[in-house]
Design a protein around this ligand. Sequence first.
Ligand code: SF4
Length: 249
Amino acid sequence: LDKSIKSFLFISKLVIFASVLLLVAFGYIYWYSDINIYNSILLIIIALTIIITVVFSAAIFALVYVYRKKYVSSALLLPVKIGQRVLMPFVIFVSGVFKGSKDVIRGFYIDINNILVKSLHRKYPPEQVLMLLPHCLQNSKCIYKVTNDINNCRRCGSCCIGEIAQMAEELKVDVIVVTGGTVARNIVNKNKPGIIFSVACERDLATGIADVTKIPVIGMVNERPNGPCYNTKINVADLRKELEEILEI
Ligand code: SF4
């Protein structure tokens, strides 16, 4: 806890220091500047606004185009990445402020990420693929502990874990059922896979994709007919199709 308070205080002091510096700079400009300097500052602000508007407009156009074509050409790579990494987190934030559905935008973010990864047309040997599943896919009445070792599943058919275990065995892919984002991150750091294939809700997937920048991630959103985090589902045929697309078979 001490460490977290120290980090919090350190960042807070930096923010206060930057605010004071800004205040001093504005005060200096206010007292010692003439109309020419005011005009120059206004021109810089106008130029910056134009640049941001043009960059964001290009990013929006690129994101929509790529979403429709389901492919990212090398010419659109930069605007799409700017759109995904800068514009979309901002849109998700604004959507939250106005009480909109963040999950709809997060779903779009995940789709764009998947298109980016697939557009590389890279195939991976099974031993480089790590599949991460959320614990909530397991039937809540099941007594077997499948987290960390999916082989404890008896494949009784009461939930999709059994089918996924069977599929992973056939395709020789590592699959781990995780209890949360921190465990997933630790497993990724330890296993260092070539690609991650992750099933989760929109929020966990979007956070995971944003966190793991060095390893490509394909995300699939789970179905939640019983509400969040409880007896969720995934279409195993779709999962297999997605997996086979990136597998070197
Ligand atoms: S398929 Fe596996 S995890 Fe699901 S209920 Fe049956 S034994 Fe449990």
